[in-house]
Structure formats: C-alpha cells, structure tokens
Design a protein around this ligand. Structure first.
Ligand SMILES: Nc1ncnc2c1ncn2[C@@H]1O[C@H](COP(=O)(O)OP(=O)(O)OP(=O)(O)O)[C@@H](O)[C@H]1O
Ligand SMILES: [Mg+2]
Length: 414
C-alpha cells in the first residue's frame, strides 16, 4: 500500500500539490494524468525520495522494491546486454559471491549461493535480458555493442529494459512509449499486462493507458483525484462531473441574479424589507460554486476551405531513398478525404517518404502529380530541430502567418 498523507509539494516557486491525501493499494495499475508541467514527474521523484516534500508524509512498505526508468545512461563502456543485467543488483551480487566462493574453494557457501541463484531465476537472466532487448526493437547483433554507441532514443529503450528486468513490486514508468515505435509499444503493453506488481504510469498515449490501467490519478488544481476505471472511463466521468458542476454553477448564478434583482427593487419598500433581508441572508449562506474548469483552455479550429480538389496527389512509380533506394515502384493516389497511417520498421523510409511528398527531399525516380496550388502542412519527426532557438513562439507563429497570408487564396481559381 502506498499512502500520501496530507502532502504538499513545491518546485521552485510553484505549488504543485497542496494537502493531498491518497491511498493506492497493492496491485493497482494507475495512470497518472495531468497537463504538461502540473507535477507528474515531480510526484514520481518525491515517491522515489529524490526530492523533499514541503509538508506531509509518503508511506511505502519498508520492504517495497520499486523500479523506475533512469533519466540518464552512464557514459561507460558496457555492452547493452550487460547494462540491462546490471540493473538486477541481486543477480550481480550473487554472481560475485559465487566467483569468490569458487576461488576460495568454499563448497558449502557455493551450494547455498547456487540455491539463492535458482530462487531469483538467475540462470535464466541472460535469456530474459535478450528477450527484453528484442522486444524493445534491438537487433540481436547489437546486443554486444557498447551503450555509448547508441543514440538518445535507443538509450531511453536501454533504460526501460533495465527498469523492467529489475525485480520490483512497484513499477514507476514516466512516459515509457515516448521513443518507442508502434511494435515496441505493443510489446511493452503485453509485457506490462503480464507484470504482477503495482504500476504507476505517466503517459500521454490514451490507447496505451487504456490497455494497461484500471485506475486514474488526476492532477486537478493542486489536488489529486482518484477515479476507478481506465482513461476512457475517466474522461467520461470527468465530462459528466464537469457538466454537472457547470449546471449547478449556472443555476446558482440565476438564483443570485434573481435575489440581487429582488433586493434592488424592494430594498426600500417596507412591506418587502423582511423578505429582502432573508434573501440577502440566503445569498450570504450560498457556497460559491466555481464554473466548470477545463485544465486546458486551448481551442483550435481549422479554416474551412470553400473549394478544394478531390484529388490532391497522384504518385506514379515513385522511388525514394539515399544511395540505395528504400522503397520503389510506389503507385497510389491521395484524395482530399484520405486519412492514411504509415507503418513500417525503424529506418524503412516513412519519414523520407513524407519529406519527399512535402518537397523537402529529392525523390529518386517517378512522378508526384499534385493538384494546382496545393499547400502542404508538414510536421517533422524532429520538428524541434527546425525551430529557430532565438525566436519567441509568437515570432515563429507570426512569421508563419505572414507566409500563409501570401498564399491564402482559394486553391482553385473560379
Ligand atoms: N528542478 C526544478 N526546479 C524548479 N522547478 C522545477 C524543477 N523541475 C521542475 N520544475 C517545475 O515544476 C513543475 C512541474 O514539473 P514536472 O516535470 O513535474 O511536470 P510534469 O507534469 O511531469 O510535466 P510534463 O507532462 O511536461 O512531463 C513545472 O512547472 C516545472 O517547470
Ligand atoms: Mg513529466
């Protein structure tokens, strides 16, 4: 059981949680939900004892074994496989002890240590580490590569594999699917569904959450609210709660207006003074209901176009790639109502294909026939790299809008 007793948590000058109490039971699989910056990661760090609380206590069973994804990978020369196995501290310890006992010829100790090794399934650990690496998308020939040689996204996967192999009763996963492709995500989902312990999961991926969790803890105005059910059930309940709160707020506002109107009209009329008094009292007694509050007040809508062509693109015998082609002989059309998902292994050419369509990269062969004056919105995989670091968000958007204005004429001339 994990219990938060009246905790308050601050980061910098920002109050993230105030007087929050919450109990999570053994085996509960809980999604931790809230807008960016509300304090989800900070809560995990507080649970791990890495940052102090400003008030209150977190109580965890003293023998609780917890595991979390490390944020950094050490810059050491260690093979991927060994790095993952290192996370199983008990295994490494027994391995050392067995080696010592062998060197000392201590057969009695050896017998005991081998017994302990069996209990923790230690003889199977290499196989389990390999399975984790494969599941997370590492090709077998890379298992023995040094962790230093892996790029950032792959190091995150290494840390994830390490978190999973480490024996635990509580698994804290902070956005574990961020660097995973679809296949690795599906694999992780299956792995977590077989996991026996308690799970705390931060994710912005609703499908993934839905498949794993049976409870939601939601950050709402410096408080944590617990909901039963998965993310979809939570959304439904929250929408109902907000609709009810909004209806009560509106009802209260109507009553307030009525009373204030009555008092204004009859305040100086002797026959109604008593009634006015009692209504004023009612007004004072009213507990103020806040309007339903949506965490993100963000609204966005696309401009509707008056005219647009039915066929946007026709792709004929297209080949894409670098020195070697990645894909050849692509033939298909894209209509204005097409909604196409691109699937494929890492490195199979999905991003290159989009770059070619968006005219950011040369095609190798073939034709792309586009509708007249077609405008393409393009969001890159590493869009952050495309941003000018020295401009403010507003400057970037204004520049974009200026470009749009120049082009913003109907697609088809009448
Ligand atoms: N070391 C720090 N010192 C001061 N403030 C911090 C520190 N780390 C985080 N914060 C602030 O605390 C707040 C909560 O951050 P946190 O990373 O916990 O949010 P989060 O819910 O995990 O957000 P996201 O969804 O973006 O991951 C943010 O406003 C952040 O700027
Ligand atoms: Mg976070």
């Amino acid at each position: 059981m994990i219990s938060l007793d009246n905790i308050s948590l601050m980061r910098g000058h920002q109050l993230l949680l105030q007087d929050v109490s919450l109990v999570l039971y053994k085996g509960q699989r809980t999604g931790v939900i809230g807008r960016n910056g509300c304090g989800k990661t900070s809560l995990f760090r507080a649970l791990a004892g890495e940052i102090p609380l400003d008030k209150g206590d977190i109580n965890l069973p003293s023998d609780l074994r917890w595991s979390a994804i490390a944020q950094e990978t050490p810059g050491v020369d260690r093979s991927a496989l060994d790095f993952v196995i290192d996370a199983h501290k008990d295994y490494r310890k027994l391995e050392r002890q067995i080696k010592e006992a062998e060197e000392n010829g201590d057969n009695h100790a050896l017998g005991e240590l081998h017994g302990e090794m069996e209990v923790i399934d230690g003889y199977d650990i290499k196989h389990r580490a390999e399975q984790l690496l494969s599941g997370l998308g590492f090709p077998e020939e890379e298992f023995s590569n040094s962790i230093k040689t892996f790029s950032g996204g792959w190091r995150v996967r290494l840390n994830l594999a390490a978190a999973l192999i480490c024996p635990s009763d509580l698994l804290m996963l902070d956005e574990p699917t961020n660097h995973l492709d679809l296949e690795a995500t599906v694999w992780l989902e299956q792995w977590l569904n077989r996991y026996q312990g308690t799970i705390l999961l931060i994710s912005h991926d609703r499908t993934f959450l839905d498949a794993i969790i049976d409870y939601v803890v939601s950050f709402e105005k410096e408080n944590l609210n617990l909901y039963t059910g998965n993310y979809s059930a939570f959304e439904k309940k929250r929408a109902e709660k907000m609709a009810l709160q909004q209806a009560m707020y509106e009802k209260q506002q109507r009553r307030r207006d009525q009373i204030e109107g009555f008092v204004r009209r009859f305040r100086y009329k002797a026959s109604k003074a008593k009634q006015a008094q009692s209504r004023l009292k009612e007004l004072e007694r009213m507990q103020e209901i806040a309007p339903a509050y949506i965490d993100s007040p963000f609204r966005f809508s696309f401009h509707t176009l008056d005219h647009f062509p039915t066929f946007l693109m026709q792709i004929e015998n297209l080949a894409i790639g670098f020195d070697e082609p990645l894909v050849t002989k692509m033939n298909f059309g894209i209509r204005s109502d097409s909604r196409i998902g691109l699937l494929g292994f890492n490195g199979s050419g999905k991003s290159t294909f989009l770059k070619v369509l968006a005219a950011k990269f040369e095609k190798k062969a073939g034709e792309i026939i586009t509708a007249k004056r077609l405008r393409i919105g393009y969001y890159a995989q590493h869009q952050v790299d495309a941003l000018n670091k020295y401009q403010t968000p507003l400057q970037i958007l204004k520049k974009q809008q200026k470009k749009e204005r120049v082009m913003n004429r109907p697609l088809i001339r009448k």
